[in-house]
Ligand binder design. Sequence first.
Ligand code: GLP
Length: 262
Amino acid sequence: MEIIIKENGEAASEAAARVVARLVREKPNAVLGLATGSTPLVLYRELIRLHKEDGLDFSQVTTFNLDEYAGLEKEHEQSYHSFMWKNLFSQINIHPEKVHIPDGMADDIPLSCATYESTIIANGGIDLQVLGIGSDGHIGFNEPTSSFASRTRIKTLTQQTVTDNARFFDGDENKVPHHCITMGIGTIMDARMNLMLAFGEGKAEAVAAMVEGPVSAIMPASILQHHPAAKVFIDEPAASALTLSDYYRWVYDGKPRWQQDA
Ligand code: GLP
């Protein structure tokens, strides 16, 4: 795992955007795995800027989103479908047919999940997966004790995630769906690169457990210790519980720029 600590979320997101942009320039038909939540918003803003000002071309890019609430129509303003079109897709030149987001309203959920998995494979697999982390250590919506071998499936949210996400539903926990469709941890681990973002003191404990704690299903993100190419972009508050933060800074600062963005 490579830990990249920046002074704030803005700088961390810009550094992460350079990695995504470099991939898209080197492989115009790259397959990107994308995340929702408040964390990747600045990353997406930066990708939009690179598209508009530097001509970063998404016309051949394919995307797969991590997750979606079960039972929310695509048109619901808090669906992850709405989130992605509002915060990224409507502002870059991506082809709608190359966008994939789990269907939270599927009649046959197991079939829909299996099709999602086979569509990822048919597109050559995910080159780079963007991840956030839940305060309970979830990635996608893989809550604590999710199997490390899991694939796209329906999951039940923890009470903590319902509470965390109520801020997007007028602060009303009763409005937060309790079920979701999420890529599995096995699906995420198959991505050729994982790029995790985490900002703020509220993520500090989860980040420390993910990076320096034991690999355990109770802390789903800790499986990234086993990933050959996992980059973790964090701000100072999110780094505050790490034991070896000075070492991580020393490693990153010692790299030439081309390697920092690779
Ligand atoms: C949500 C999403 C995750 C996201 C996480 C953190 O529930 N399913 O993909 O990474 O929780 O969200 P935020 O970035 O808003 O803190």
